[in-house]
Design a protein around this ligand. Structure first.
Ligand code: ARG
Length: 464
């Protein structure tokens, strides 16, 4: 491969001295934007085809460009490409190599285009590809949640408010709550993708170009739904990156809550679940330990993803139109967000189907916290008491239970009648955990058959 290191910068004719070595490094983006090479080539191919169709390039030139870009792509993918910081970024590295390979025709590729609309196009194409990958992972996680919800549709656990035992719920119902969060995240991402999918190509540096370009053609070739309608906005808009980061921050917030519950539930104090060994690590000093590293790390990753959202918002704040070099700073936060979202989702999509629920423990925990107290209060309302009065009665019964170490369901009928004489034998139907969850039998409730209904709605939504 020829050595490009000494090749002069493409845009250096105006200058009387060469760029300071430090400045060259300081301003270069090739150390990180090389990862958009595929999209850069894809954009260039579409642009070249369009230039040929409007008569700016002839067929021979187009063929040479297509062949040359194909070779460049191959060199990159074979690890043979000689990246040069002198060429500043991915766009100039590829163009310089293309020119070295096919001569002057390589330089013609940039007709009617600027790196400003080129980079705007590349990031959109790159992010669109990554979004499609992320959507698939979101779907995989949702499938795992739905399957687990079905498996544990009638598994009883305590539901919490303030992390205090509140009312019994089904484990499946809890899984479907997570499913709903991920569903909203997915919708947010789909929405972001729609707005992202506009073509900035043809905006050129900022004002458009004097060449008779066909923006519709390049947009269609690149799979964009529409064209950015204003060239100034086209080169400077990074809203889509911010929207993607906002989606990511919200997703990570959900995964972090999710992680927190898995961490608590797998602790010796809760013992609600077992996380598969392959998602945990041991301790170098405490032989009994099995640490939930994966959820902990996901919980931790949320911090940097939030940070990237703030970085991007701050990056764009106060920037005058149109392109500014500041924009080069959009890539590292965006790339790191993409990587972390993908890794966290992968971890969860792999881990969720392997969660083992310890039903006896979740059942015992639900039983120990007077979780059917509300059911008793509702029962008394059914017997004609005002809710406030029944609340009072049940409070006394619970106090008795705490004193004697008994659950409400374990008290004799006589004892219960001591608190309210309207109580009869049928009270035990509502004091059992099974009775309690089954009674919440309406759309969105925790009853096992409602969980199964939610599961089948979810499967229809997932197209399963
Ligand atoms: N590397 C630049 C970026 O990432 C590409 C666009 C540069 N354009 C310019 N006029 N300096 O934003």
């Amino acid at each position: 491969m020829s050595n490009e290191h000494n090749q002069e910068k493409l845009s250096s004719a105006r200058f009387s001295e060469s760029t300071d070595a430090f400045v060259e490094e300081f301003t270069a983006s090739i150390p990180f934007d090389y990862r958009m090479y595929k999209q850069d080539i894809q954009g260039s191919l579409a642009h070249a085809e369009m230039l040929a169709s409007v008569g700016i390039l002839n067929q021979k030139e187009l063929d040479a460009i297509i062949q040359g870009l194909g070779q460049v792509q191959q060199e990159i993918e074979n690890g043979e490409f000689n990246w040069s910081i002198k060429q500043e970024d991915i766009h100039m590295n590829i163009e310089a190599r293309l020119t070295a390979l096919i001569g002057i025709t390589g330089k013609k590729l940039h007709t009617g285009r600027s790196r400003n609309d080129q980079v705007a196009t590349d990031i959109r194409l790159y992010l669109r590809d990554e979004i499609d990958r992320i959507l698939k992972e979101l779907q995989r996680l949702q499938v795992g949640l739905v399957d687990l919800a079905e498996r544990e549709a009638d598994t009883i656990m305590p539901g919490f408010t303030h992390l205090q035992t509140a009312q019994p719920v089904t484990f499946g119902h809890h899984m479907m709550a997570w499913f709903e969060m991920i569903k909203r995240d997915k919708e947010r991402l789909q929405d972001c993708r729609k707005r992202l999918n506009s073509s900035p190509l043809g905006s050129a540096a900022l004002a458009g170009t004097t060449y008779p370009i066909d923006r519709q053609m390049t947009a269609e070739l690149l799979g964009f739904d529409r064209i950015c309608e204003n060239s100034l906005d086209g080169v400077s808009d990074r809203d889509f990156a911010i929207e993607f980061s906002a989606f990511s921050a919200t997703l990570l917030m959900h995964l972090s809550r999710f992680s927190e519950e898995l961490i608590l539930w797998s602790s010796a104090q809760f013992q609600f679940i077992d996380l598969p060994d392959r998602f945990c690590t041991g301790s170098s000093i405490m032989p009994q330990k099995k640490n939930p590293d994966v959820p902990e790390l996901v919980r931790g990753k949320s911090g940097r993803v939030y940070g990237h959202l703030i970085s991007l918002l701050t990056l764009m704040k106060s920037q005058p139109l149109a392109y500014n070099k500041d924009n080069q700073e959009d890539k590292e936060p965006l790339f790191d967000t993409v990587d972390n979202v993908q890794n966290c989702l992968r971890a969860f999509a792999d881990m969720v189907p392997a969660i083992q629920v310890k039903k006896e423990n979740t059942y015992a925990a639900a039983k120990s916290g007077f979780s059917t107290a509300t059911d008793l209060a509702d029962y008394l309302v059914g017997k004609g008491l005002a809710f406030r009065d029944s609340h009072e009665v049940v409070g006394l019964a619970v106090a008795h239970g705490i004193e004697t170490g008994q659950d409400l369901s374990e008290m004799s009928l006589e004892t219960l009648q001591g608190f309210c004489e309207d109580i009869t034998e049928d009270v035990y139907d509502v004091l059992t955990l099974e009775g309690s969850v089954s009674a919440r039998d309406h759309f969105g409730g925790t009853a096992p058959n409602q969980v199964l209904a939610a599961v089948s709605r979810a499967r229809a939504y997932l197209d399963l």
